[in-house]
Design a protein around this ligand. Sequence first.
Ligand code: SAM
Ligand code: SF4
Length: 329
Amino acid sequence: MSNQLIDGFGRHITYVRLSVTDRCDLRCRYCMSEKMQFVPRNELLSLSELADLSAILIGRGVRRIRLTGGEPLVRRNILKLVEDIGAHIGQGLDEVTLTTNGTQLGAMAQPLYDAGVRRVNVSLDSLKPEQFRMITRNGDLAQVLAGLDAAGQAGLKVKINMVALKGMNEDEIEPMLRWCGAQGHELTLIEAMPLGETGEDRTDHYMPLDAVRDTLARQHMLVPTLHRTGGPARYYDVPELGTRIGFITPHSNNFCTGCNRIRITATGTVFGCLGQDQQIDLRDIMRSEGVDGVNRILDAVMIAKPKGHDFDIGTNRPAVARHMSVTGG
Ligand code: SAM
Ligand code: SF4
């Protein structure tokens, strides 16, 4: 019998997003509330447990692992985990990547490259210092730009993630695309998703990306491409700017039929879907039963993985109570 991870809808799971912490040094308005309560550190999987879990997942056919959070680079000694996972590249694993807010890249870009990372997604919602500070509730744009420079020098390919927010950064989308072209980065635009209470009304800032794409297409030639990165984005080449733009549109374009992923939180809870509450804990079973227990849980996740999300941005009610910082982006 195949040991591959195939769910009840025949979808082959080859991609895992592994959250290594729910903590963060920023407090983006669409992601967290200002006074977030974080999980006590003693409830987290240890770095060696995360490395063991990664090895089991790779043995079950997972080819890509993306570390996320919270902010993955604020987890102490995170480079050790990246090195341990990176050692599987070429032996079942195609790549280890991470999604980061970029604040720690100044010091960490080169060690990440040395550990096997070749590309990173960096979240950046504004190139205006005041606006960046407002959206992140106190972030320092210069620190992130210095991190991006370090990433470039280390040889890391960068994709910028930008959450499109009406009234906050809608005027910066086209300039961000041009800036990405000039810097050699790609850009992915994301629709805000209703995950967790943030103390803000998301319906005020929701922007359907179909309309954004139409506006951009009037300014630049957008050439549809079949380029895929294992994620849900749909891409267009922008030849005149020498870059590519992706759109992640959970509302205006449901992407669930091609879903190839599961998410695991820093405490070892496996989620079959970002937008559903279906979840199975593996930490205690991993500790008491080891590899066999983890495999049993993964099989149960395959049976239970939901068909798709049912986000409804028309209401201000979160689709699920947990924040994006718990399961990672
Ligand atoms: N801290 C890292 C960062 O910001 O890149 C990694 C974790 S963050 C939760 C991952 C991605 O999720 C980021 O690109 C962020 O912009 C996005 N994100 C967070 N909350 C979101 C929400 N409610 N809707 C859509 N995207 C969200
Ligand atoms: Fe932190 Fe990333 Fe959430 Fe912003 S989006 S608060 S950087 S976890």
